[in-house]
Design a protein around this ligand. Structure first.
Ligand code: GDP
Length: 358
């Protein structure tokens, strides 16, 4: 599964946030999630559509899609013996598919800030500069090796050109992610550049910050086009300990519409380029994770490889249509159920039943 690595300066609340994420995962343990790994928080993607589908179909249970977060600092603590901490740390970030950069905007005199002051945007600068610097080193090491390999016809020229182009860009202070479209994606992937990954910013703030629209607008403007989430990690870690009714009350008291963890899961899922389609029946209402632009047979393959191999067609009803008419039979009668073939490109929220042979 695709993962989002959590990074940030010390003492900004990464562990607090990660613990809240893993606690949310434990609470959701009746879902058939993959095996639980200590440094990976697999959290459900909130999706109110599943509740509605479960009503329409009388489903016994709901199975949401999930998003995986990796506590990179936590991995390093366990795995770094004998190896440079920095290198192991960077190797782990390189494996993540997206980066969640946690920055501190809570004012608590008892929690020391490494730079001696609380400034979310300057935290971002510090970390991004660090990552860009490390990417520059990666490329400066790779280029002489690639030059030899290209001369010896052991590497494709495009790989070397890509490395040079990325290096030139980074030296101007830009990130590769912002210019992704100008690069050969396959060549770029080989370098695992951190500044080529999509970023999400999680601003760990306090009650005052959560209510301060001007502050949020300013931070968002600075970090655009990346997605920014404002949350209070300490509050989130308390919220996940409560019974649902008490949590809802505490959330309402705080003036927030939705827990920060839910926002983080949703934005993270989207940043990874993922979407879901839905299936429902008396047993379960379920969301399945696919990439954007996937065709119906590819989507069927997520349920079972045989569904992809033996794909015949897909009966597709859009979620809105289904809920409006109230049943599959009514959707069929109203001409809202479409039979789609193997070239059909899936949409988020398609409610699907696959027909397959073999
Ligand atoms: P990490 O080093 O980034 O993993 O940071 P931690 O999660 O260990 O947090 C560092 C300290 O800040 C701990 O004492 C936390 O309890 C505290 N902390 C984390 N998040 C918040 C927050 O949102 N508000 C306040 N006041 N303290 C926080």
């Amino acid at each position: 599964a695709l993962t989002i690595g959590i990074v940030g300066l010390p003492n900004v609340g990464k562990s607090t946030l990660f613990n809240a994420l893993t606690r949310a995962q434990v609470l959701a343990a009746n879902y058939p999630f993959a095996t639980i790994e200590p440094n990976v928080g697999v959290v459900p993607l909130p999706d109110p559509r599943l509740d509605r589908l479960a009503e329409v179909f009388g489903s016994e249970r709901i199975v949401p899609a999930t998003v995986s977060f990796v506590d990179i600092a936590g991995i390093v603590k366990g795995a770094s013996e004998g190896e440079g901490l920095g290198n192991q740390f960077l190797a782990n970030i390189r494996e993540a598919d997206a980066i969640c950069l946690v920055t501190r905007a809570f004012a608590d005199p008892d929690v020391v800030h490494v730079d001696g002051r609380v400034d979310a945007l300057s935290d971002v600068d510090t970390v991004v500069t660090e990552l860009v610097f490390s990417d520059v080193q990666t490329l400066e090491k790779a280029i002489p090796r690639l030059e030899k390999e290209v001369r010896g016809k052991k590497a494709e020229p495009i790989v070397l050109e890509t490395a040079q182009k990325a290096l030139d860009l980074l030296l101007t202070g830009e990130t590769v992610d912002a210019h992704r479209a100008d690069f050969d994606a396959d060549a770029l992937k080989q370098f695992g550049l951190m500044s080529a990954k999509p970023f999400i910013y999680a601003v760990n703030t306090d009650d005052a910050g959560l209510r301060d629209a001007d502050f949020q607008a300013k931070v968002r403007a600075q970090l655009a086009p990346a997605d920014v989430i404002f949350l209070d990690a300490k509050f989130e870690s308390e919220l996940v300990e409560l019974e649902p009714e008490d949590a809802a009350e505490m959330l309402a008291d705080s003036g927030q519409d939705e827990p920060g963890l839910d926002q983080l899961a949703r934005v993270g899922f989207h940043t990874l380029g993922l979407q879901t389609y839905l299936t429902a029946g008396p047993k379960e209402a379920r969301a399945w994770t696919i990439g954007q632009g996937w065709t119906a047979p590819q989507a069927a393959g997520v349920i079972h490889t045989d569904f992809q191999k033996g794909f015949i067609k897909a009966e597709v009803i859009s979620f809105d249509d289904l809920v409006e008419v109230g049943s599959v039979a009514a959707a069929r009668a109203a001409g809202k159920a479409r039979m789609e073939g193997k070239d059909y490109v899936m949409h988020d929220g398609d409610v699907v039943e696959f027909r397959h042979g073999g």
